[in-house]
Design a protein around this ligand. Structure first.
Ligand code: NAP
Length: 479
């Protein structure tokens, strides 16, 4: 057995071995930042639960935001680095255990995002016709786990709960002309369903006021500028209390949102147009059943209360109202999912950490070689670019922790051992060159239909395509 005890970790004789779990933006920015460290010899292995890389950029960013998806080119450049290996179709905590990673890597970075949703905890939340926005987003983005989902778009009026950017994405996809999506990478099944949609009105529900809305000015303006779509907000909802007026003075984004909503408040509804109606100070208290599915939503009017730090929250006024809706999308934020063998903060829904170092027990900042980046580190907020400085902070901690650390021996044949174990367990990792083949195939299929890409969302089809190549090349890619 080779021990390398006499060489520092990160030297050419004993390169640093890093595992990154998750292949979304935060995972790729971490790899990129590591590769840019001066005089550091290292190898990075990235494990991904899905067969394909890029996480929310592939399965979350809306199909009509193709410019945003171009960030993938940066990740491709990182993946081309010879020190990088990709293992798709491998779920850590299920196919590989955390202890096995600990045995084979010096440092492990969890970049797993937030794979679940916050709940409203109101009666009727799980009725047929009440869905998470994230399921709808995954469906129209061709996510394999959601390819058989069904959304009843024969509903005339739909409620979207929450006023963040995910709510804006869902609303926009519901009201925009489906033909606008026809040349994008929207999933074929979604395009077909959206083409025959009967949705006329989307009711977007904010529990606090317009100034507290989380959507960004660009996103609300995008909806307001869609042809044949009316955006309406009640003037009553734009009346501000003194504390909100104070908040508005300090918050440039909120001011831009508010000014824009004021412009829209007095516009007449145009016949033949789809309508987006923003309702603020409104909390759903019940989703009410009609004939076995969503029939209406019962709302309570709220008012704002402020604490001494200047934070607002909403308080019910006891005034109720019911509105008929045929479909509800709950867009109230994401939540992390625990990984077996890694601590999890149930209250916050993320992995407890100090500036990216996983805390195995409260106050323990010993740098045990486990780290977090992205949403599972700081919570589910921030645009894609916010993950770059976030990853850089974690990498700084990783580099500090290497100082003076003694290299421990790895099992013999270390770099191949885990791959071998996966094969023994019947798990066939998808390597980056496999993904590149699928990438070309998806673009080719898209081109034939006048789309930028037609995603392959059936995992069995991915396997059969790769086997076909294996046969053609006479190589052993998949078993
Ligand atoms: P978000 O920005 O945190 O918005 C969540 C919304 O849900 C807020 O309006 C929140 O209201 C509301 N909410 C939470 N609990 C609720 C409850 N019990 N009842 C009613 N409403 C409730 O989260 P997100 O929309 O999921 O977005 C996540 C991140 O991804 C954000 O940083 C977002 O900007 C980003 N993103 C960006 C884009 C884009 O750039 N186009 C697209 C998608 C996502 P309160 O404020 O009152 O809590």
């Amino acid at each position: 057995m080779m021990t390398h005890r006499n060489f520092p970790i990160g030297s050419s004789e004993r390169p640093l071995r890093v595992a990154i779990v998750g292949s979304g933006p935060s995972g790729f920015y971490t790899a990129d930042t590591l590769f840019k460290q001066k005089d550091l010899h290292l190898n990075v292995d990235m494990f991904e639960r899905m067969a394909m890389p890029y996480g929310l950029v592939r399965y979350g960013v809306a199909p009509d935001h193709q410019k945003t998806k171009k960030v993938i080119r940066t990740y491709e450049a990182t993946a081309r680095d010879p020190r990088f290996r990709f293992f798709g179709n491998v779920q850590v905590g299920r196919d590989l255990q955390v202890e096995e990673l600990q045995e084979h890597y010096d440092q492990i970075v969890y970049a797993v995002g937030c794979g679940s949703d916050r709940r409203l905890d109101i009666p009727g939340e799980d009725l047929p016709g009440s869905h998470t926005a994230t399921a709808f987003v995954a469906w129209y983005n061709g996510h394999p786990d959601h390819r058989y989902d069904r959304f009843d778009l024969s509903a005339r009026r739909v409620a979207v709960v929450g006023v963040g950017n995910v709510a804006m994405d869902v609303t926009r996809i519901l009201v925009r002309n489906a033909e606008d999506l026809a040349s994008t990478d929207v999933a074929g099944h979604a395009l077909q369903a959206l083409r025959s949609s009967s949705v006329e009105e989307v009711l977007v529900l904010g529990r606090r006021g317009p100034v507290q809305a989380k959507f960004t000015p660009k996103e609300i303006r995008e909806i307001g500028s869609l042809p044949n779509v009316d955006l309406a907000v009640s003037p009553q909802d734009l009346e501000l209390d003194p504390s909100t007026r104070f908040q508005l003075e300090k918050d440039r984004f909120a001011r831009r949102n508010f000014e824009y909503l004021n412009e829209r408040a007095h516009q007449e509804a145009r016949p033949g147009c789809r309508r987006v109606r923003l309702r603020f100070f409104s909390s759903p208290v019940e989703i009410v059943e009609k004939q076995g599915r969503v029939g209406s939503v019962r709302l309570e009017r709220n008012r704002l209360v402020w604490d001494e730090q200047g934070h607002s929250r909403c308080l019910g006024t006891g005034e109720f109202e019911s509105l008929e809706v045929g479909l509800v999308f709950r867009s109230v934020g994401y939540r992390g999912v625990p990984i077996a063998g890694i601590p999890f903060d149930e209250r916050k829904g993320l992995i407890p950490n100090a500036a990216g170092r996983v805390l195995r027990s409260p106050g323990d900042e010993t740098g045990a070689g486990e780290y977090v980046v992205g949403w599972i580190k700081r919570g589910p907020s921030g645009l894609i670019g916010a993950n770059r400085p976030d990853s850089a902070e974690t990498v700084r901690g990783m580099m500090e922790d290497l100082q003076g650390r003694e290299a421990r021996p790895f099992p013999e044949g270390n770099r191949q051992v885990l791959e071998g174990r996966l094969m023994e367990r019947g798990i066939r990792p998808i390597r980056f060159r496999d993904w590149q083949l699928i990438d070309v195939e998806e673009q080719e299929r898209g081109r034939k239909q006048g789309k930028v890409r037609e995603k392959i969302s059936d995992p069995a089809e991915v396997v059969s395509l790769l086997k076909k190549r294996q046969r053609a090349e006479g190589t052993q890619v998949l078993g």
